[in-house]
Design a protein around this ligand. Structure first.
Ligand code: GDP
Ligand code: MG
Length: 433
């Protein structure tokens, strides 16, 4: 991959659309921009209505062309943006035209990679962009946008700066004889490390929230056979905003649907009834149900009005279905619903929403932690803990540990980066980003 190549990509989605956006990134695109626009001078960021012509002079399409001069562009390079009609034939013809001008199609994430190399985004911002392009619900959008706009980077940068300061300070201690140092210097250093450690641990503790926002909150419907689990599943799916997307790997007897409840993504699963059975296939279903329960954030436990009163477990919502068959509501700690008539479903949805909000701390902003950043934050926390255990003995080693912590955070930002990390981060992006 060469950073000096002129690269192009379709930045808008594939398929028939009113308008498609093709972007070109390169080091010196002004002349080419003038040529296609057909003006001797052009102003950056101005829109030009252009009859885009191929090399024989034939019009390919009527387009809007905008030229962004480096460094004031998404990538920090020159960029030409062509807005053409969103027909595959138009797009293909423009691609062909660009190829003929010594340009090549970008690899996935290559535009963002350039933005990173040119200091337009750090890796944490790129993580945010990846998540934003994936966002299906409003909470996902909000968390990803904060991260992409540098909200998370600010926190990481602040932590790292503190760590580097502490590390340098501790290292400097070794240059002085112990008697010359202020008596409480060790305590001061340790208390600074402790403050950082507390902040980082708090962020780690919220990983489950961040994970739930990004990957969805798992809600599982359980109960004995015939209590109406599947009927209730259909009711709930119908009562919430459907997310049109497939969860990979749901071809199994546990049926799942992805939906949007109060802006949160929810993975709702209907399960096989739990009961003792000798039937081999049913037992596989029950095993899967057990797995599903283990991964559940919230369990909807369904019973019928004739069942005996039971205690409700912490993560459970007890639901009495088939309320249409009785007038009594003798089971006190349960929500009465009828999957058949829809009675009580709004109450159930309200309770589910309350539970989700409790779980997520009411939408207060949290660092958007992913698998890559989780390990690095954990490493930083561990290194700070190591540093604290050395208290007052060996400033050199203490300084080293804090330095390792700073390096871990530096890797999150990409200040310290390996090609492997970069490849992993950018390859998640689609073409044209
Ligand atoms: N009267 C009544 N019947 C229901 C209700 N919900 C489900 N059923 C019936 O109960 C039976 C079992 O329903 P199903 O959803 O397959 O239960 P599952 O085995 O727990 O998934 C079916 O005959 C449903 O029509 C309800 O709210 N009221
Ligand atoms: Mg069923």
């Amino acid at each position: 991959m060469n950073n000096h190549d002129n690269i192009f990509a379709l930045s808008s989605g594939r398929g028939k659309s009113g308008v498609a956006v093709i972007r070109i990134s390169g080091n010196n695109l002004q002349e080419f921009a003038k040529e296609i626009i057909g003006h001797n001078t052009i102003t950056p960021r101005k829109t030009y209505f252009t009859n885009l012509r191929d090399d024989t002079g034939e019009i390919i399409d009527q387009c809007i062309v905008i030229f962004f001069a480096a460094p004031h562009s998404f990538t920090g390079t020159d960029i030409i943006e062509i807005q053409c009609h969103g027909a595959p034939a138009v797009i293909n013809k423009i691609f062909e035209f660009l190829r003929g001008h010594n340009m090549r199609i970008a690899t996935p994430g290559e535009f963002s990679r350039r933005a990173f190399y040119n200091g337009k985004m750090d890796l944490s911002d790129v993580d945010g962009l990846v998540a934003l392009l994936d966002a299906k619900t409003d909470r996902q959008r909000a968390a990803a946008l904060t991260s992409m706009m540098g909200g998370d980077s600010e926190i990481y940068t602040d932590w790292r700066r503190h760590m580097l300061e502490i590390s340098a300070y501790a290292a400097a201690m070794t240059d002085y004889p112990a008697d010359d140092l202020p008596p409480d210097i060790s305590n001061t250093i340790i208390s600074h490390i402790k403050t950082l450690y507390t902040a980082i641990s708090a962020a780690l503790n919220k990983y489950s929230v961040s994970h739930a926002i990004q990957c969805g909150i798992n809600i599982v419907i359980v109960g004995e056979t015939n209590v109406g689990k599947s009927s209730l599943f259909n009711r709930i799916v119908g009562a919430s905003r459907a997310i049109v997307s497939d969860i990979p790997g749901t071809t199994r007897d546990v049926v799942s649907a992805q939906m949007d409840i109060d802006g949160y993504m929810v993975n709702l699963s209907d399960t096989a009834g739990l009961r003792d059975t000798t039937d081999k296939i049913e037992r596989i279903g029950i095993k899967r149900t057990t797995n599903e329960i283990e991964n559940a954030d919230i369990i909807i436990h369904v019973i019928t009005p004739t069942d005996s009163v039971m205690t409700v477990k912490k993560d459970e919502i007890l639901v009495v279905n088939k309320s249409d068959t009785t007038d009594s509501k003798r089971i006190k700690n349960a929500i009465y619903v009828s999957a058949k008539t829809g009675a009580g479903i709004p109450d159930l949805m309200k309770t589910i929403t309350e539970r989700i909000n409790e779980m997520s701390g009411g939408g207060e902003s949290v660092l958007m932690i992913n698998a890559r950043t989780y390990d690095l934050i954990k490493t930083a926390a561990d290194e700070l803990k190591n540093a604290m255990s050395i208290a007052g003995d060996d400033y050199d080693i203490l300084s080293e540990h804090v330095r390792y912590a700073a390096d871990a955070i530096g890797k999150i930002l990409g200040v310290i980066s390996t090609d492997e990390v970069l490849d992993m981060t950018f390859s998640q992006l689609c073409l044209g980003k």
